[in-house]
Design a protein around this ligand. Structure first.
Ligand SMILES: *Cc1c(COP(=O)(O)O)cnc(C)c1O
Length: 424
């Protein structure tokens, strides 16, 4: 980890050119790498030496960008994935086997919920979902003999629940398992979950990190703090010989790099969800301005939330940075400088008024995305959750009238003027 401040890390971390080399991180647009000795290539395949041989496993552009994200989060090792979904899949699959179990906070991104509730279940891994506001006792009760990890989102998409990171970290550690946090919405600008006891952080870099809605991508970062050896019997994949690499033991050979090395050497090798170097290059350009964009997103979001709160046609507004919000205190504790640019609200006219208002927006666009420079809206009841009736929507924690508003970094007066004319 470098000693630079966050703003400097956004720009300088990850890539340091040598004399006469490209100042800007080059795109290593190459599937493969040349060696003059066949023996050296053999050593790379045995993980005896580190180096590049095939982009599915490692690529210098991707590694530089992963190193920057690692530095921003304060971790020891990181990797990029093709999407946030791949990151959350690998983060769990790297430490579970059929017959294992995980504990998840129930307020999750829909894709992640499907992944953990249904897809990994078909692979023999069960998840128990707990209310993020459960008591310590209720949380403890969710653990089983075969529990291998605890998972949650810093700020849940789209429920905007702020997770009590310390409560979940303590419970995970009391049961000898790591705490994995999806830090997509907060970004390391507003929250670094490792400082609150998280062991592994994941990202959908598709959102604020890229920031321009140009590339789908993901990342996994390891804090290096979880001691797999102390809980050897729970994590045989990391602490016993890997026969596919001549019997190396990841924790013995790679120490604090064990988790990311295993995820690269086994999961990337076998499942192949790599990020393209071209996308990593664009992600890196996004990261260079992350520290400027995130505070502006947050500032604009609070102003839109305040405007909506005072509007006669608005029934309710959710923004964890707004005093009076249910999660205001937790947000102040974990993210005193701001939460994210996404807010949600409902209109007194309900579902029909929501649809009409959205159709009347001129600049703010209706898109299936959040967390990029452009303001956008989505009505889950008509879009992502449209197969559900109103009763099912409420059970899933999505009110039928809920509008998700991802506030961009346009001039705030223009954003509010558009909302104002649409509401009128
Ligand atoms: C979007 C999102 C994901 C999924 O990421 P993709 O890059 O779309 O695969 C995961 N978690 C959160 C919190 C997200 O917002």
């Amino acid at each position: 980890m470098s000693n630079y401040k966050t703003e400097t890390k956004c720009i300088q971390s990850g890539y340091e050119p040598g004399n006469g080399e490209a100042r800007v991180l080059p795109i290593y647009q190459s599937t493969t790498f040349r060696y003059t000795s066949s023996e050296q290539m053999g050593r790379l395949f045995d993980l005896e030496e580190s180096g590049y041989f095939y982009t599915r496993l490692q690529n210098p552009t991707n590694d530089a960008v992963a190193a920057k994200i690692c530095d921003l989060e304060g971790g020891v090792a990181a990797m990029l994935t093709s999407s946030g979904q791949a990151a959350n899949f690998y983060a769990i699959m790297n430490i579970v086997e059929a017959g294992d179990h995980i504990v998840c906070a129930s307020a999750l991104y829909g894709g992640t919920y499907n992944l953990y509730a249904h897809t990994i279940k078909k692979m023999g891994v069960e998840a128990t979902f707990v209310d993020p506001e459960c008591t310590q006792e209720e949380l403890d009760a969710a653990f089983q003999e075969n529990t291998k990890a605890v998972f949650g989102e810093t700020i849940a998409n789209p429920a905007l629940v702020v997770l009590d990171l310390e409560k979940f970290a303590n419970a995970a550690h009391a049961h000898g398992v790591p705490f994995i946090v999806d830090n997509t919405f907060a970004t390391p600008i507003n929250c670094r979950p490792f400082e609150w006891g998280a062991d592994i952080v994941t990202h959908s870099t598709t959102k604020y990190m890229d920031g321009h809605a140009a590339c789908v991508g993901g990342a996994i970062v390891d804090s290096g703090n979880f001691d797999w050896e102390v809980h050897k019997e729970k994590f045989p994949g990391l602490t016993t010989p890997d026969e596919t690499y001549h019997g190396i033991v990841y924790t013995e050979k790679f120490g604090k790099g064990a988790y990311i090395t295993k995820a690269t050497a086994q999961l990337m090798r076998d499942l192949g969800s790599i990020q393209s170097p071209q996308n990593a290059f664009l992600l890196n350009i996004g990261l260079e301005t992350l520290h400027l964009r995130v505070p502006r997103h947050c500032e604009n979001a609070v102003k839109v939330a305040e405007y909506l709160k005072n509007h006669e046609k608005v029934a309710w507004v959710r923004c964890p940075s707004l005093p009076g919000d249910k999660y205001y205190d937790l947000a102040q504790k974990y993210m005193p400088n701001g939460t994210c640019g996404v807010i949600t609200f409902g209109l007194k006219g309900g579902r029909d008024a929501a649809v009409e208002m959205m159709d009347r927006l001129k600049m703010v666009a209706i898109v299936t995305h959040v967390a990029d420079a452009r303001s956008c809206v989505l009505h889950p009841a008509s879009h992502t959750h449209r197969q559900m009736n109103d009763k099912e929507l409420v059970e899933a924690g999505v009110q039928p009238d809920l509008i998700r508003f991802s506030v961009g970094i346009e001039n705030i007066e223009d954003i509010i003027a558009d909302v104002e004319q649409a509401l009128r």
